[in-house]
Ligand binder design. Structure first.
Ligand code: URP
Ligand code: ZN
Ligand code: ZN
Length: 477
């Protein structure tokens, strides 16, 4: 008998891509998909996927890992625990942040995060560079060099005292990005409106976590989106608007796109499945649901689903920003903390894919009728790979990385704090039962989750160097 040519064959499964669903075996050789077809020859290893779905691993393009918040609080997850959580939930690539704080050299920041990820990551990863101190050296030396080295996206904040850029510096960074072909991702909320509302609420003694939602008026999103889109159009620079939370925000993005502007946008499970009412809990408990922007209303959820189906929003990321509900995280300001003293962010790496699968495929959200599985793959894997230029990722195709999640579409799993692999100690989605779960997950052909148990190795992931690609090309209107 000749030696098997494939290292692994995933046999008898139903394969889905962003365009098709079909029965096929999928073979892997040297970490890459080497054949797709019926009755492939035996592999050195075989996985029986009868009754299962063979899908591209998820790409989570907005995750905060091992990151120090502006308030000096460390995320609960390391690269090892975050990527274990990601893999457990069917995600095989993450884009996290190299976060510059004021006074820091961007070059050193990127080197430091790269060293942490190289040691810890179990799955492949890339970085967005957070620029909060756009000095001459950052703009003229570090950014062009780092973009050329494959860090082709920049993240800016229009709010948060210690991170925000003003309009003039926003334009500086947008034009440096244009010259060097990087995508600019933005947390767009009007800082003054949030600061003013917060001051008024605190003065009135309204300090509980639920007032965090009140302190981020809907208009802070729409005003910042409009200002940002206008600035980006002025210098003809493509942008990605992070975590769209309101119906009006999604409409502004859709209008901009229909004018031919290169505006991309994402939303997150917290805006599709939670509402501001989730923050209304006794004592400080609501802190576990505090993120920025805050979850809104049911009508916003519906509008965001429609915007996803229309393509006005292209991706759903987790915005994983995990803090424990104790003195190391959410409660670092002590038991009397006001909402202003509580770190913003939710854990979400391991629940993003199952929540989306459950809503789109199992419960058949009507917007995707007839193409639910393809739309799920598109939103959670193919589109992020395309927009962030992650070559060889986000689909099941010959020559692509064997980043594959084998889903049991019938598995019923109740999300609980105890089930979570990440270190935040809780999930804001606890108590929901989802149908469909990624039982086995491969990262470049290596099994990183087998039968729902993480088996990946810290340091097994690789950095993906990316040029800006199609999304970062100016529209030249
Ligand atoms: O509340 C959030 N989203 N925290 C993480 C940082 C950010 O704003 O994206
Ligand atoms: Zn943000
Ligand atoms: Zn974020």
């Amino acid at each position: 008998m000749p030696a098997p040519i494939h290292d692994l064959v995933i046999r008898n499964g139903t394969v889905a891509t962003a365009s098709d669903v079909f029965r096929a075996d999928v073979a892997v050789r040297k970490g890459v998909i080497s054949a797709i077809g019926m009755a492939l020859p035996p592999g050195r290893e075989e996985i029986d996927a009868r009754g299962k779905l063979v899908l591209p691993g998820g790409i989570d393009s907005h995750t905060h890992i091992e990151q120090l918040s502006a308030g000096g609080i460390m995320n609960a997850d390391t690269f090892e625990t975050a990527t274990a959580a990601a893999a457990f939930g069917g995600t095989t690539t993450v884009i996290s942040f190299a976060a510059q704080h004021k006074g820091m050299s961007l070059r050193k920041v990127v080197d430091d995060y790269a060293a942490l990820a190289e040691r810890g990551a179990m799955i492949d990863y890339a970085f967005h560079m957070i620029v909060s101190d756009p000095t001459e050296a950052t703009l003229t030396k570090d950014l062009p060099a780092l973009i050329a080295e494959g860090h082709s996206s920049i993240k800016l904040f229009m709010t948060y005292d210690k991170l925000k850029v003003e309009d003039e510096t926003l334009l500086d960074v947008l034009s440096v990005a244009r010259e060097n072909r990087a995508l600019v991702c933005v947390h767009a909320e009007n800082h003054g409106m949030i600061a003013w509302m917060s001051r008024k609420l605190l003065a009135a003694g309204q300090t509980a976590p639920k007032y965090h939602a009140v302190s981020h008026p809907r208009g802070s999103e729409t005003e910042a989106f409009t200002r940002l889109i206008t600035a980006a159009a002025m210098v003809d620079q493509p942008i990605m608007i992070f975590h769209v939370s309101t119906a009006e925000g999604a409409a502004i993005v859709g209008d901009a796109r229909r004018q031919g502007l290169k505006v991309f946008a994402e939303t997150c499970p917290q805006y599709l499945f939670l509402t501001a009412a989730d923050l209304d809990r006794p004592g400080l408990e609501g802190a576990k649901w505090m993120c920025s922007p805050p979850p809104r209303d049911r009508s916003d959820q519906e509008a965001l689903w429609q915007a996803l189906a229309l393509g006005d929003l292209q991706t759903v990321s987790s915005d994983h920003a995990p803090y424990r509900y104790d003195a190391s995280g959410k409660l670092s300001g002590g038991p009397g903390s006001t909402f202003k003293q509580i770190a913003n962010g939710l854990p979400g790496l391991e629940t993003r894919m199952p929540l989306m699968f459950d809503a789109m495929v199992s419960r058949r959200r009507p917007e995707f009728s007839g193409r639910a599985l393809q739309a799920f793959v598109n939103i959670t894997a193919t589109q992020p790979a395309h927009i962030y230029n992650l070559a060889g990722k986000g689909s099941i195709a010959i020559g692509y990385d064997a980043d594959i999640a084998i889903w049991d579409p019938k598995a019923r799993v109740t999300l609980t704090d105890e089930l979570m692999v990440g270190r935040s100690g809780y999930t804001p989605f606890a108590g929901r039962t989802v149908r469909g779960w990624p039982e086995t997950v491969l990262s470049r052909g290596r099994v990183v989750v087998r039968d729902r148990t993480v088996s990946g190795r810290a340091g097994g992931g690789r950095h993906i160097a990316r040029a800006g690609g199609w999304a970062a090309e100016p529209a030249r209107r």
